[in-house]
Design a protein around this ligand. Structure first.
Ligand code: AMP
Length: 281
């Protein structure tokens, strides 16, 4: 497996692979890889000749009060995992390699970034769209793999690719969970043992909400109220949002009569966790 820190090195390899007619799958990550990331890499391995994993904690998607400085990192372990999964190249640039002095070009998606995480993280999705665009340009990938864990991100990146005619296919992959239901996340490592236990409330609340929707409940307010009350039963949990939006435009809805995303963000102590379910007709 090749390890590249420079954009020029990735491009040089991509040039050769493209000449050979090989297809390229890209898995963008912020590192500290776990089985959720592994599932994306495995899928990319199955569907492409070449697999590139990017491992980059993207500073421009973090707000000033967020956890950029403390975001967990373990590049050596990431390399081992990627190698064991048969990745061809891991791209691990310094921030200064991705953002040169006087960097001032950004990509953004309106409407879909207004609600959910976009509300409390106003610059987040412009940062995501910008870095993802750069990674698409650098890797010339045919396909890129994103987890449903970050459902709003998946929707926004898919819309950006459609609206701006990017030559890439976006593949959404299911949420990978711990055995007890907690969605796998690099941020789970921040949780102490009591908080780790308390964090189970997210999956418990969503499981109940999904059951209501799947057995015919159409009133979004009722579903949100039930999810909210389950989360509030956990003293360590503080809700950022509990929202049901249409899966097309990510706008809040009152009546569940179309494809929906039910998404939550909850603080367990100081750790902000997200989770969701999607119900399509
Ligand atoms: P991150 O490193 O957190 O930016 O995540 C990189 C990619 O892995 C994103 O597309 C995430 O949605 C995806 N991902 C993270 N956690 C999971 C999970 N538990 N299941 C599936 N995909 C995930």
């Amino acid at each position: 497996m090749l390890v590249a820190e420079k954009i020029a090195d990735v491009k040089a390899n991509v040039k050769v692979w493209k000449k050979e007619g090989k297809t390229i799958g890209l898995v963008p990550t912020m590192g500290y890889l776990h089985e959720g990331h592994a599932s994306l890499i495995q899928r990319a391995r199955e569907e492409n000749d070449i697999v590139i994993v990017s491992d980059f904690v993207n500073p421009i998607q973090f707000g000033p009060k967020e956890d950029l400085a403390t975001y967990p990192r373990d590049f050596e372990a990431d390399c081992k995992l990627c190698e064991s999964l048969g990745a061809d190249l891991i791209f691990h640039p310094e921030p200064s390699e991705m953002y040169e002095d006087n960097f001032c070009s950004y990509v953004g998606v309106n409407t879909l970034s207004e609600n959910l995480c976009g509300k409390s993280r106003p610059i987040h999705f412009n940062g995501v769209c910008t870095v993802v665009t750069k990674l698409f340009m650098i890797s010339e990938a045919d396909r890129a793999y994103f987890g449903q864990k970050d459902a709003q991100q998946l929707a926004i990146v898919s819309r950006m690719v459609r609206d701006l005619n990017y030559n890439i296919e976006i593949i959404g992959c299911p949420i990978i969970r711990e055995e007890d239901g907690l969605a796998k996340s690099s941020r789970n490592t921040y949780l102490n043992p009591e908080e780790r236990q308390a964090a189970l409330i997210l999956h418990k609340a969503l499981t109940r909400g999904e059951e209501m929707v799947r057995t015919g409940e159409k009133d979004a307010t009722k579903v949100k109220a039930e999810i909210t009350s389950i989360i509030e039963s956990e003293p360590k949990a503080k809700i950022d949002y509990v929202e049901i939006v249409d899966w097309n435009q990510l706008q809040p809805i009152d009546t569940i009569d179309q494809d929906i995303l039910c998404a939550i963000a909850v603080y367990i102590g100081k750790v902000r966790l997200i989770d969701n379910f999607i119900v399509t007709e």
